[in-house]
Design a protein around this ligand. Structure first.
Ligand code: NDP
Length: 254
């Protein structure tokens, strides 16, 4: 287990799914966690309560992403909540996890769906990094959540795939720029994971089996499978890794 005592981490989309698991794991490792969410404040509260009842430290911040001024609003809330809990200002770990997915092939996606996908999945992380860097201490960590859809082609998720391609490029490009400050930037690329996003596909035994069959381990990924790798990337143990996109698909691409 890494030692993140004294560090502050912001995890976007931490009310549910993979983001919640990352928040919980970084808290177990000792970090103070800003649990970001969009609209589901009950779920965010559950994440915070889970962390604090296990002896960790966390606070929640709500901010809609994909709208003008989203990064400013999120960081204004972050600064205020950090001060309210008596913590030092500043940030050590930024996890860009929140995203959405409008399925659709090239002839189906509307302008509005495309714009919304890009605004939430890549424009928001871009400006969260811009604002986050003004607060991030040297030696910090940026972890972006990408997807297996940038390894293999998924025509039925073309807008989402394009947005996640941007996440990979952002990761590589930033890593080169931020090395001088000792900040590493890496991406995690999960395959199918048991979250609300895959709930309908997992609703039948056949659906579950089909998703499980992607992995060489013949099971669907769990949020904790991704969170444990995020914890490694957040820790000092990963200091010599930057600009990388790490496959966390349980061997689905082999
Ligand atoms: P979930 O849908 O379970 O959770 C999404 C989280 O993001 C929630 O916390 C939600 O907040 C927040 N969020 C979504 N849209 C917005 C928005 N516009 N503004 C603010 N917050 C928002 O997602 P997963 O856990 O499944 O996915 C997490 C990441 O992993 C994403 O980047 C996704 O692309 C990636 N991924 C997931 C895979 C999977 O199989 N699940 C596979 C590959 C990649 P709220 O609760 O308030 O709605």
């Amino acid at each position: 287990m890494g030692d993140l005592k004294g560090k502050t981490a912001l995890v976007t989309g931490a009310s549910r799914g993979i983001g919640r698991a990352i928040a919980q794991r970084l808290a177990e490792d000792g970090a103070l966690i800003a649990v970001h969410y969009g609209s589901n404040d009950a779920a965010a509260k559950e994440t915070v309560e889970g962390i604090t009842s296990a002896g960790g430290r966390a606070f929640m911040i709500g901010a809609e992403l994909g709208v003008p001024g989203d990064a400013e609003a999120l960081f204004a809330a972050f600064d205020a909540e950090l001060a309210a809990c008596g913590a030092e200002p500043g940030l050590d770990i930024l996890v860009n996890n929140a995203a959405l997915n409008f399925p659709g092939r090239i002839d189906e996606v509307t302008y509005e769906e495309f714009d919304r996908t890009v605004a939430v999945n890549i424009r928001a992380p871009f400006f969260l990094v811009q604002h986050g860097l003004r607060r991030m201490r040297d030696g910090g960590r940026i972890i972006n959540v990408s997807s297996a859809v940038t390894s293999t082609a998924h025509p039925s998720q073309i807008a989402y795939s394009v947005s996640k391609g941007g996440v990979d490029t952002l990761t590589r490009t930033l890593a080169k720029d931020l090395g001088a400050r000792g900040i590493t930037v890496n991406a995690l690329a999960p395959g199918w994971v048991e979250t609300d996003v895959t709930a309908s596909r997992r609703a039948t035994p056949e659906g579950r089996a089909a998703l499980a069959a992607y992995s060489v381990f013949n099971r669907i990924g769990r949020p904790g499978d991704i969170a444990d790798v995020a914890a490694f990337l957040a820790s000092d143990d990963s200091r010599w890794i930057t600009g990388q996109r790490i496959d966390v698909t349980g061997g689905s691409m082999l």
